[in-house]
Design a protein around this ligand. Structure first.
Ligand code: CIR
Length: 253
C-alpha cells in the first residue's frame, strides 16, 4: 500500500522541457489542470499528497520521480543524467527528511534518474540508459544492499527510461512493451504486452489496487482489466509532449 506521494507543480517554463516527441509544445494551462486531476486521483485512492511549489528554474521539474527513490525506511537523492535537470535535486533533502530517517545520495561520476528504477517486492531493476550510468546503478545497488534489498541492471537500447517501457502491476503482472517484451530478465512474470501503437501506456501505475492508465489507450486498458485489475484513466497529453508519463509525476511511498 502507498499512503503518501510527493508531486511538484509544473514549472512556468514547462514548454522548454526536454522532448524527443514530435507532439508539439505543451499548453501550460492544460498541463496545470491535468496535474490537478492527477493529484485528485491520487487523493481519491487514499494517498496523502504533498504538493511542492513550482520551480521556474527547471522546466522538467514536474517530473519529480526522476530526482529521488523512496523506499519504506530510506530515500535516495539521485543525480540526473540530463545536465539541464541536475539542479532539480536542490531542496529535496529537506523535503525527504520530513518523511524518512535516512536519506542517501548518488554522487559523481554516477548518474541515475528515478524513471530508470522499478521496484518489485524487495528487488529493484535499474535501467542503464542515456540518463543512468553503471556507476550510478552500482551506487544504488550498494545502498539497497545496506537496507537488505537487492538490485540488478537492465541494459536499455532505445527507451528514455526503464519505466517508459515497463511497469510492475503487482500480483506478478508486468505491463511491458517494445524492447523489453522479450527481455529474459522479466521472463518469470506474467506479461501484459502493450502494442506498439499504444506504447506510451506501458507507463501505468499501481496505486492501492487500482491501475492508473493514461487516457486514450483503450487496448492496453482492456488488457489490464482482463487480467483482473480495476483501472482509472487520466489525461496526460501535455506531459506526453515532453516524454513524461504517469509515474514521472510523483514519488509514491
Ligand atoms: C526528460 O526528458 O527528462 C523529461 N522531459 C521527461 C522525464 C520523464 N520522466 C520519467 O519517465 N520518469
Amino acid at each position: 500500500m502507498f499512503t503518501r506521494a510527493i508531486v511538484r507543480l509544473p514549472s512556468g517554463n514547462l514548454k522548454e522541457g526536454l522532448s524527443s516527441s514530435d507532439l508539439g509544445i505543451p499548453e501550460y494551462e492544460v498541463a496545470l489542470s491535468q496535474h490537478a486531476e492527477y493529484i485528485s486521483s491520487l487523493k481519491k485512492l487514499g494517498i496523502d499528497v504533498t504538493i511542492l511549489q513550482a520551480n521556474d528554474l527547471y522546466p522538467d521539474s514536474v517530473f519529480i520521480e526522476d530526482v529521488a527513490i523512496c523506499d519504506r525506511e530510506f530515500a535516495v537523492i539521485t543525480r540526473p543524467g540530463a545536465p539541464t535537470r541536475r539542479g532539480e535535486t536542490e531542496g529535496m533533502k529537506e523535503v525527504l527528511d520530513d518523511f524518512f530517517s535516512h536519506t542517501e545520495v548518488i554522487t559523481s561520476p554516477g548518474t541515475l534518474e528515478g524513471g530508470d528504477v522499478m521496484k518489485v517486492n524487495d528487488h529493484y531493476y535499474i535501467g542503464i540508459s542515456a540518463r543512468t550510468n553503471h556507476n550510478g546503478a552500482d551506487q544504488l545497488i550498494r545502498i539497497l544492499n545496506k537496507y537488505g534489498l537487492t538490485g540488478e541492471k537492465v541494459i536499455l537500447e532505445k527507451l528514455l527510461h526503464l519505466k517508459t517501457g515497463i511497469s510492475y502491476l503487482e500480483n506478478g503482472y508486468m505491463l511491458v512493451s517494445g524492447e523489453l517484451a522479450e527481455c529474459p530478465q522479466f521472463s518469470k512474470y506474467r506479461k501484459i504486452i502493450v502494442d506498439t501503437h499504444e506504447s506510451y501506456a506501458a507507463n501505468s501505475i499501481w496505486i492501492n489496487g487500482v491501475i492508473l492508465v493514461p487516457e486514450g489507450f483503450p487496448d492496453t486498458r482492456r488488457k489490464i482489466e482482463k487480467s483482473g485489475f480495476e483501472t482509472l484513466t487520466i489525461n496526460t497529453s501535455e506531459f506526453r509532449k515532453l516524454d513524461g508519463g504517469l509515474s514521472c509525476l510523483s514519488l509514491r511511498f
